[in-house]
Design a protein around this ligand. Structure first.
Ligand SMILES: NC(=O)c1ccc[n+]([C@@H]2O[C@H](COP(=O)([O-])OP(=O)(O)OC[C@H]3O[C@@H](n4cnc5c(N)ncnc54)[C@H](OP(=O)(O)O)[C@@H]3O)[C@@H](O)[C@H]2O)c1
Length: 277
């Protein structure tokens, strides 16, 4: 029986590249979602009987339920959910506009969680499914000016690590993908950039420009990233829990995580001193 993949945010970037790969598979149905239907015109060259295009803003719960109903009607199942829709935000913590930060959490965290909540009943009934979350290298390590973006992706990591344990015995797996900077629209139209207003943070104004520019010119190729994600899900009975992609994710993540482990070990006595029974 054909599998069905549901991918959010397929108008550009990783989502679009992954949608194109899935659309070329004979034995896989594709549900591609975007906020604007014309953004999905690129799918018209593929077999339309295996493709469902849905309008979806992940901050709209009514639209999420409608999309999931449409998928049930057309394909009757969802085997793979790819929570890809997301946006960035470049600012020091103190200079951040908290309304903009809250909106980013609405998309990157609560949008992802609401889509997942709508899909889980289908996967539980099937007793199978894979949930793929586009997290970030910035959930494995951090740099100045992307603190609140990291906070959304760290939230996704903590949420997903818990969900994985809760749905494991129901046949459902959860994979977090942690890409390094890649050449998509993420740092461009998908990111807010706050201009430095507080003099004490002046040193970061250049870095905001260079961080965002460096993503535009980043080493990560969205086509290669989409291919690795597709291969890891379609070729493995058991998918990886974490998929760091690119040198920054791998080296930066290892350095940060091993630093935490080293510090924990060096203060073992203090850590264990607070339990009295
Ligand atoms: N590129 C990187 O360097 C990088 C690295 C690590 C992780 N990521 C993550 O990878 C994911 C994909 O980003 P990308 O790099 O491919 O950037 P992208 O090209 O900007 O794609 C982002 C996608 O998310 C969609 N989106 C944004 N807000 C949405 C909302 N409220 N509802 C539904 N869709 C929404 C966009 O749709 P519209 O076209 O309608 O705006 C677009 O399809 C994101 O979660 C991002 O945080 C990116």
């Amino acid at each position: 029986m054909s599998k069905t993949w549901f991918i959010t945010g397929t108008s550009s970037g990783f989502g679009k590249e992954l949608a194109k790969i899935v659309a070329q598979q004979d034995d896989i149905n594709l549900v591609a979602s975007a906020r604007k239907m014309p953004d999905l015109d690129y799918l018209d060259e593929y077999d339309e009987s295996k493709i469902l295009k849905v309008i979806l803003d992940v901050t709209d719960k009514t639209a999420i339920n409608k999309a999931v109903d449409q998928i049930k009607d057309k394909f009757g199942q969802i085997d793979v959910l790819v929570n890809n829709a997301g946006l960035g935000y470049f600012s020091t913590i103190e200079e951040s506009d908290m309304d903009e930060v809250k909106y980013m959490f609405d998309v990157n965290v609560f949008g992802l969680a609401n889509v997942t909540k709508a899909v889980l009943p289908i996967m539980r009934a099937q007793k199978s499914g894979v949930i793929v979350n586009l997290s970030s290298a910035l959930a494995l390590t951090t740099i100045p000016t992307t603190g609140f973006y990291s906070a959304t992706k760290y939230a996704v990591e903590g949420y997903a690590d818990t969900l994985r344990q809760e749905v494991k015995d129901l046949g459902i797996q959860v994979m977090n993908v942690e890409p390094s900077g890649a050449r998509t629209n993420w740092s461009g139209r998908s990111s807010e950039k706050t201009a430095t207003k507080i003099k004490d943070y002046q040193q970061f104004s250049d870095s905001i420009t260079s961080v965002s520019d460096s993503v535009t010119d980043a080493p990560g190729d969205p086509k290669l990233i989409a291919k690795v994600i597709f291969d890891q899900v379609s070729q493995n009975e058991v998918v990886p829990k974490h998929l760091p992609l690119g040198e920054f994710a791998y080296e930066g993540g290892l350095s940060n995580l091993s630093g935490i482990i080293d510090e924990m070990k060096s203060r073992k006595d203090i850590s264990l001193s607070t339990d009295d029974k």
